[in-house]
Write a protein that binds this ligand. Structure first.
Ligand code: NAX
Length: 326
């Protein structure tokens, strides 16, 4: 339509946003006929850097980019937002325990939630990227009960994409030929990238991946540690690939997708994961933000301990986060 959609991005002067904003400004999410407004939120010390980002956005000269708002006031940033991408979070410093990270981020996401519920569009769709992403989404939902919990998801698409790309490389096919990869659970080291049903060009991929034993000893840890490997090599965490995963996630979720993808959504009890956490499941996206968790996949004796471990971690995070918020 001609009416611009308003997209809010928090942490807009950070490194993921530097890769994400040009994609949003040039129609890589909603296509080349959908104008967008960008509302950019940062904390006061980053406002000068944000101003530089805004200059560069203007200099893209994108015909789709209408209003740009740069602010450190969440009420201004979230006003009338149709889509909110929460990238901003307190960063994990060396030696920081999970509890310390949670105690910094719980207040940020609680505060943002209450403001969003008041000023965002009534049909707002929210993607949480900032870590701990799954638990931040849970906290956000608890603090904004007027926003349907299905409208709040967290990003595990980067882990999913990493897994699809690995299958494609091992099987010598393009990623368009890869299906059946599922990324279960938390966006953390306990994530379970599941290759059991992965196919490349319609054929099972597990043999090319080295068989079940090699998958357990090498392939799963390779994906679980991929983020750390990027940090080690680049001296900075994944940004380009995270930005693309955000676009992929939002495109599947808001526009629709023929393929099954992985998304952290509120658990409905499927696969024995109790309600109360945002768990990455295989989902079928029906368009316009509608999705359903794919049920009925067989969970093998191999997969079960992985799924239980990542669920246990999410419930432990949930307890800690709720204790902090009280
Ligand atoms: P950066 O540190 O480069 O950028 C984060 C930005 O957020 C900073 O500019 C900071 O000033 C801003 N910020 C902090 N608190 C804020 C607040 N209360 N309101 C608004 N802005 C605030 O980090 P970057 O590499 O861009 O990563 C951002 C987040 O994504 C991190 O939490 C990171 O751990 C997480 N990631 C999550 C991924 C996922 O798959 N879910 C993958 C990529 C990434 O690691």
């Amino acid at each position: 339509s001609d009416k611009p959609l308003t997209i809010t991005v928090t942490g807009a002067a950070g490194q993921i946003s530097y890769s994400l904003l040009p994609l949003l400004a040039t129609g890589k999410l909603f296509g080349r006929s959908q104008p967008v407004n960008l509302h950019l939120l940062e904390i006061p010390p980053a406002m000068s850097a944000l101003n530089g980002v805004v200059m560069e956005l203007q200099d893209l000269a994108s015909p789709l980019l209408r209003n740009i708002v740069q602010t450190s006031d969440p009420t201004v940033a979230f006003r009338d937002a149709d889509v909110i991408i929460l990238v901003g979070a307190f960063p994990r410093r060396k030696g920081m325990a999970r509890r310390d990270l949670l105690s910094k981020n719980v207040p940020i996401f609680t505060g943002h939630a209450q403001i969003m519920a008041d000023v965002a569009s009534s049909d707002v769709h929210i993607l949480v990227v900032g870590n701990p992403a799954n638990t931040n989404a849970m906290i956000l939902s608890r603090a904004a009960p007027s926003i349907p919990s299905r409208n709040i998801t967290a990003l595990t698409r980067l882990d999913h994409n990493r897994s699809c790309s690995l299958v494609a490389r091992k099987c010598h096919v393009t990623t368009s030929k890869v299906e059946g990869v599922v990324m279960w659970g938390n966006h953390s080291a306990t994530q379970y990238p599941d290759f059991t049903r992965a196919t490349a060009g319609g054929k099972p991929a597990i043999h090319a991946m080295g068989g079940e034993e090699t998958v357990a000893s090498e392939v799963i840890p390779f994906i679980q540690k991929r983020g750390a490997s990027v940090i080690e090599a680049r001296g900075a965490s994944s940004a380009m690939s995270a930005a693309q995963a955000i676009i992929d996630h939002l495109q599947s979720w808001l526009i629709g997708d023929d393929r099954i993808v992985s998304m952290a959504v509120p658990s409905d009890g499927s696969y024995g994961v109790k309600e109360g956490v945002w768990f990455s499941f295989p989902v079928r996206c029906l368009g316009s933000g509608e999705y359903e968790i794919v049920t009925g996949l067989e969970i093998s004796a191999f997969a079960k301990p992985y799924i239980d471990a990542t669920a246990d971690e999410l419930f432990a995070e949930r307890e800690e986060a709720i204790a902090i918020s009280q």
